[in-house]
Design a protein around this ligand. Structure first.
Ligand code: UD1
Ligand code: CA
Length: 448
């Protein structure tokens, strides 16, 4: 049996924040949620989050997940946090993985390897470590000549000579619970911070093995906002490298951000200054950017989206969007459409082969196929109280600068004259002219 326990009770003083540290976000996810996601690789029987500082905020941020919470009402250190497990894991037989809630870059494969190393060697504890060029701030890990761990000393408790040791504690541990259960009550506060240190538990356990992580970026602990932004850069680098190796072109990676919830097909080209977020997927051969933000949207194959913002929307294959278009609130653009400059679509479904190429607002609208919307046309969808729908049939041509006053249904193969304000439904196959006739007064001059 495997239980995981995440230490998430600390305030995170160095963040200088009103938010508990573990609720800061890296990408769209909180630190604690990332740690929980990583731990899923072990398919643990128990998932416990130790909360304390702003416990309710941390608890409610995780209310959609099936985790157990244990409260550490005063924060007397990581060892004290682990002591809170004593009543809840009473009688538990198996291994407990304890993870700091502030180390969000750990890979699931590393955690699996840690558990395997622990179990294959019959260890009492196995501690994830790394050899860092800049070990400052981390607890130093000391081993005997056989490679077994002898002690962990916090940076602030080290002598200058001890501080030279570059092997650090990642804050990610695997313990045989029956052994840790015996060790936890023996912890003392005999250190610079006068706290109970979980790391001191190793003094009562044998054998304790260390496992150096291959990629040291994985153990990055976040204590302040500089480290949070560094972690973001590391995460971005990891995500972009993965996509580059899978056959996605990213023209200028430093100016691009891609969240780890995004899916890209091969031969996608991501142009500079482009940001892909949420549950977005981009189909093969599409060119996104420069200068675009795509969030929670599905983009088909061979599309082009330039200098545009697309949120919660769908763009089907072969369509072009932008420059300077805004698609939002479940807009759906069918295949082979052209949504051009300064066009906004809100909750609008656009049939295949339809064009709205210039200066248009289509809100709460359903358009058929091969419709053409003239430049400067808008749906008048809001009467000050309620929103109303506009429906336009196949192959209809709306002239330039029309106001389509909803609720409104326009048939197929209809044409409206430029400058019309259409307030009444139109049948199929008609021409509608709804504007004042031009009056010309010949020879007229202004009076002095
Ligand atoms: C800890 C380790 C250090 C290691 C480093 C890795 C100890 C004593 N030291 O130091 O060896 O190199 O992590 O990043 O464990 N927490 C609680 N309750 C508390 C105190 C802390 O739940 O009373 C939680 C925090 O919310 C945080 C985690 O424990 O998620 C680590 O606490 P933090 O204060 O950041 O420990 P470090 O000083 O970084
Ligand atoms: Ca830390």
């Amino acid at each position: 049996m495997v239980a995981i326990a995440i230490l998430a009770a600390g305030k995170g003083t160095r963040m200088k924040s009103t938010l508990p540290k573990v609720l800061h976000t890296l990408g769209q996810k909180t630190l604690v949620e990332r740690v929980l996601d990583t731990a899923q690789a072990l398919a643990p029987e128990r998932e416990i989050v130790i909360i304390g500082y702003q416990a309710e905020a941390v608890r409610s941020s995780l209310s959609h997940r099936s985790v157990e919470f244990v409260e550490q009402t005063v924060q007397l250190g990581t060892g004290h946090a682990a002591q809170q497990l004593l009543p809840v894991l009473k009688g538990f037989v198996g291994d407990v993985i304890i993870l700091n809630g502030d180390a969000p870059l750990l890979r699931p494969s590393t955690l699996e390897l840690l558990l395997k190393t622990h179990q294959d060697n019959g260890n009492s504890a196995t501690i994830l470590t790394a050899q860092l060029a800049q070990p400052k701030g981390y607890g130093r890990v000391f081993c005997d000549e056989k490679g077994y761990l002898t002690e962990i000393i916090e940076d602030r408790d080290c002598t200058p000579a001890q501080r030279e040791n570059r092997r650090v504690n990642a804050g990610i541990y695997c313990f045989r619970w029956q052994d840790l259960e015996q060790a936890l009550p023996k912890l003392t506060t005999d250190n610079d911070q006068k706290e109970y240190y979980l790391t001191d538990a190793v003094n009562f356990l044998k054998p304790v093995m260390v496992m150096d992580v291959a990629d040291e970026a994985e153990i990055t602990g976040i204590n302040d906002r500089k480290q949070l932004s560094d972690a973001y850069a590391l995460l971005q680098d990891r995500i972009k490298t993965e996509w580059l190796l899978k056959g996605v072109t990213i023209v200028d990676p430093v100016s691009v951000t891609i969240e780890d919830t995004v899916t890209l097909e091969p031969n996608v080209i991501v142009e500079p200054q482009t940001h892909l977020r949420g549950t977005t997927t981009i189909g093969a051969g599409s060119r996104i950017g420069p200068g675009s933000l795509i969030e929670n949207s599905v983009i088909g194959e061979n599309t082009t989206i330039q200098f545009s913002v697309v949120t919660d929307s769908t763009v089907e294959s072969g369509s072009t969007v932008g420059p300077y278009a805004h698609l939002r609130a479940a807009a759906v653009v069918g295949e082979g459409c052209r949504i051009g400059n300064f066009v906004e679509l809100k909750n609008a479904q656009i049939g295949p082969g339809t064009n709205a190429a210039h200066l248009t607002y289509l809100g709460d609208a359903t358009l058929g196929k091969q419709v053409n919307i003239g430049a400067g046309t808008i749906t008048v969808n809001y009467d000050g109280r309620n929103k109303h729908r506009t429906v336009i049939g196949d192959r209809t041509k709306i002239g330039a600068n029309n106001s389509l006053v909803a609720p409104l249904t326009i048939g197929s193969d209809a044409t409206t004259a430029a400058g019309s304000t259409i307030v009444e439904d139109l049948p199929n196959d008609c021409l509608a002219i709804a504007r004042a006739r031009q009056v010309v007064k010949e020879g007229w001059k202004p009076q002095d």
